[in-house]
Design a protein around this ligand. Structure first.
Ligand SMILES: Cc1cc2nc3c(=O)[nH]c(=O)nc-3n(C[C@H](O)[C@H](O)[C@H](O)COP(=O)(O)OP(=O)(O)OC[C@H]3O[C@@H](n4cnc5c(N)ncnc54)[C@H](O)[C@@H]3O)c2cc1C
Length: 373
């Protein structure tokens, strides 16, 4: 007899896996459609906030302190003397830099021990299908969901480097307007409190990105040292390099019905993707998973008579999350465009703005609290 599922999740990235584990705890039968990995190990390190940490800790998937480094200090430099400095009010940290393979490993182990989840190699009929296939989602395209796509003319290059000095749990970021366009470099501390390695995310014009991808290790680290003004010490490349073209994506419709009457919703990068400059994309995707779980949990109370494919419940999810992503969307897109502007008057204003912001303690504290959640 063929197995039946309440929910079929298409895509086993971090959002799909997190959602499967959250829903299985509601005693729902979940089918998770997986796809063979094309890359060996993800070299990225994600900055995750306390809301994501709470969700992943509940699932016992939060990595140990060596693989989730709390950031105690963060400094961002503009392109003409502007800078903003944040300090954590407590040892917990402003955010955590999480090793992606470690997090994926914990989620993979948790899936194996969860009897309500079945791994599938193709979609299966269910009352509700959740599409978590990432920003190039084929299912979203097949459903002809209208999607706004704004390419940034930037490519993010990611890698890992080791420094001659310990990082002191400080994350650093530089915005620089070069002749070949905007360059944004982030060095994210890895390896725990005493670590000396960084995750690199370097957003560059596509041609420049191709150039640094092809450089020898020595030339690559020397270019990184120049871009970081040697503030992280002498660097050595310790991983492969990988790159991603960057774009802002936003699906106009997040929920609907298949021809057979069953429901679908989008979550994670399949619904929205943003520039990685603020390290928010996955945080938003995990918040989608938590919100959808919360909305479906209403069936254990007053809404007990509704099915998991109930349109009203799913619209509640869509409304809540569209409102939830808006501030991050505006902030990331606005910052990218502000620093991409070539005029020197705009350059002066943005650097003056950074320095002024740095002196406004209450505004800085409020911004920090928003970003931490
Ligand atoms: C360089 C870079 C740095 C970043 N840094 C940060 C950061 O610091 N903090 C942060 O919060 N976010 C960050 N992000 C964003 C983050 O990577 C994404 O938001 C996150 O990976 C989205 O997760 P997802 O599960 O929705 O999609 P994905 O990670 O794209 O996963 C989708 C999964 O679905 C699978 N799939 C696709 N199609 C199908 C199909 N038809 N059937 C079955 N499976 C399918 C894919 O194989 C994949 O495993 C960064 C992004 C980039 C590019």
């Amino acid at each position: 007899m063929s197995q039946t599922f309440d929910i079929c999740i298409r895509g086993d990235g971090i959002v799909g896996r997190t959602l499967a584990l959250l829903l299985a705890r509601q005693h729902l039968q979940v089918g998770l459609v997986t796809q063979p990995r094309t890359v060996k190990a993800d070299v990225r390190a994600y900055s995750l906030n306390s809301a994501s940490r709470d969700v992943l800790s509940q699932l016992r998937c939060w990595p140990d302190p060596l693989h989730a480094t709390p950031v105690l200090e963060m400094q961002v430099w503009g392109d003409d003397g502007g800078s903003v400095h944040f300090e954590s009010p407590n040892p917990d940290g402003l955010t955590w830099i999480v090793d992606v393979p470690a997090l994926e490993g914990h989620l993979g182990d948790a899936l194996r021990y969860q009897h309500n989840i079945t791994l599938l190699d193709a979609p299966h009929a269910a009352q509700l299908t959740v599409i978590c296939e990432g920003r190039l989602s084929q299912s979203r395209q097949d459903l002809q969901v209208e999607t706004e796509v704004l390419p940034y003319q930037q490519t993010a290059v990611a890698a890992r480097v080791r420094s001659t000095a310990v990082h002191g749990q400080k994350a650093m970021q530089w915005f620089a307007h070069q002749a070949r366009g905007l360059e944004i470099l982030a060095l994210l501390p890895l390896g725990g409190a005493k670590g000396d390695t960084y995750g690199v995310v370097w957003s560059l014009a596509p041609a420049r990105a191709q150039e640094v991808m092809a450089q020898s290790s020595k030339d690559f680290t020397s270019a990184l040292q120049d871009a970081s003004h040697l503030m992280a010490g002498s660097l050595e490349l310790i991983s492969e390099r990988a790159c991603w073209p960057l774009q802002l994506t936003h699906a106009k419709q997040w929920t609907g019905l298949f021809a057979d009457g069953s429901a679908w919703v989008l979550a994670g990068d399949a619904a929205h993707s943003i520039h990685p400059l603020a390290g928010l994309g996955l945080n938003l995707g995990i918040a989608d998973a938590a919100q959808l779980t919360h909305v479906l949990q209403a069936r254990q109370g007053n809404d007990f008579w509704r099915s998991v494919g109930d349109r009203q419940l799913l619209r509640r999810y869509e409304r809540a999350r569209k409102a939830g992503i808006l501030p991050a969307w505006i902030a990331c897109d606005g910052l990218q465009r502000l620093f991409d502007h070539p005029q020197s008057s705009v350059q002066a204003i943005r650097n003056w703005g950074m320095n002024s912001f740095d002196t406004l303690a209450p505004l800085k504290k409020w911004t920090m609290q928003q970003a931490m959640r």
